[in-house]
Design a protein around this ligand. Structure first.
Ligand code: GLA
Length: 385
């Protein structure tokens, strides 16, 4: 058992009497396919070794006791009093609420959780919090939901109390991650395939800007709305059902005057990114990292200029990556407005690149960027004690 799992388990045992079940619930990276999961696109995430550990056991009462180790905070709620709150409480309570909405009987339980995943870093700590709890509840109450059902339940949980209308990517990667593999998820059919990631001679490096602009969740919902608005117009104009049906961004031009400039730009990005991700999937499966990396840079450009979810800190780090010939691809990752860049870098140049980019970042913004090392891991699972 690793040290965080032991810590969570020890805190549980020090506070509660029964033996807990232990779970690991990962965050994710995403190679390409950003902001298209809620637009019928494809995404290429992978679960990582940064996530949340849970210790859970029934307590024969009607109360749920949560202990969030990373926040050093506790919460006790009666099963009949599960309602919207703030911060981390919203994520766990919303998961419980989704089981209650289904009419399932939840009894009291004790739950300690904590991890090694940075908040607001774009590696989906929220899906890790949701997924671990949903998985644990499903097991201790023997509800028998499949991983796909749990991913969808967690997505609804995120929409409900936290109020962020996310796509399915994060919750899906959390449930379906596979060690050393990338998930190619079709977000229209919600089906996936795996392929092994072969980075021969290269490494993935994440740099956390350490900024998380407050716009993140409100602007996320605005983007979603703008895409819905654009799609409605395109359905009428082009007779299509989904962004997926548009084979080239040129097809959008005739509808440009029917929608505002911003909505047009959002739609253009989405159409380009769906096409790009399909191309990227082929390249990554053929181990053509050089061409794949070029598409990552293009994605960043689109996210920054057309979709407008980047920020000056992310743009700066991607510029630093572009200036280094050994960084073959880089872009912002996740929802945006802060968080991480993902970079593919020649092995022997990783340390030099990270040192140079973080030093330049410190000089420019007076912020110590954080390098996050990740390994690709399995999705949410029980840990043997
Ligand atoms: C967040 C959301 C995901 C996805 C990404 C952007 O991580 O939770 O559903 O939309 O942003 O790709």
């Amino acid at each position: 058992m690793n040290t965080i799992a032991s810590k969570v388990s020890d805190i549980f045992k020090a506070n509660y009497s029964s033996a807990p079940h232990l779970y690991y619930s990962p965050g994710r990276i995403n190679f390409i396919g950003e902001h298209v999961d809620y637009n019928d696109g494809f995404v290429m995430p992978a679960a990582i070794d940064k996530g949340i550990y849970y210790a859970i056991a029934l307590n024969n009462t009607n109360e749920i006791n949560f202990h969030a180790v990373d926040f050093d905070e506790k919460l006790t709620v009666n099963i009949r009093d599960v309602k919207k709150m703030t911060g981390w409480k919203n994520y766990v309570l919303s998961v419980v609420n989704e089981f209650l909405i289904k009419g399932l009987e939840i009894k009291g339980f004790d739950c300690v959780f904590g991890g090694n995943i940075a908040n607001g870093a774009g590696i989906s700590s929220s899906a890790a919090v949701e997924g671990g709890l949903a998985f644990g509840i499903n097991e201790i109450f023997k509800f028998g939901f499949s991983r796909k059902e749990l991913a969808l339940l967690c997505q609804r949980a995120e929409h409900n109390f936290p109020g962020v209308k996310t796509g399915i990517m994060d919750q899906y990667a959390n449930m379906f991650g596979k060690k050393a593999n990338v998930i190619l998820l079709d977000c229209r059919s919600i089906e996936h395939q795996y392929f092994p990631l072969k980075l021969e001679g290269y490494e993935i490096a994440l740099i956390n800007t350490k900024v998380h602009h407050s716009l993140a969740s409100s602007e996320y919902n605005v983007r979603r709305k703008q895409c819905e608005e654009g799609l409605e117009i395109l359905k009428k104009e082009l007779g299509i059902n989904s962004f997926r049906d548009i084979k080239s961004p040129d097809e959008l031009i005739t509808s440009k005057n029917k929608m505002g400039e911003k909505v047009y730009d959002r739609c253009k990005y989405v159409v380009e990114e769906i096409i790009r991700t399909q191309e990227a999937a082929k390249l990554l499966q053929q181990n053509n990292l050089i061409e794949f990396g070029k598409l990552m840079f293009e994605t960043h450009e689109g996210l920054s200029k057309l979709y407008e979810v980047s920020c000056k800190e992310l743009d700066f780090l991607v510029e630093k990556a572009k200036e280094n010939k050994d960084v073959i691809g880089a872009r912002m990752m996740g929802g945006g407005f802060g968080g991480c860049t993902i970079n593919i870098v020649k092995k022997e140049s990783v340390q030099g690149f990270l040192a140079g980019a973080t030093a330049a970042y410190k000089q420019k913004f007076n912020i110590e960027a954080e390098v996050i090392e990740v390994e690709i891991e399995d999705g949410t699972h029980a840990i043997n004690i």
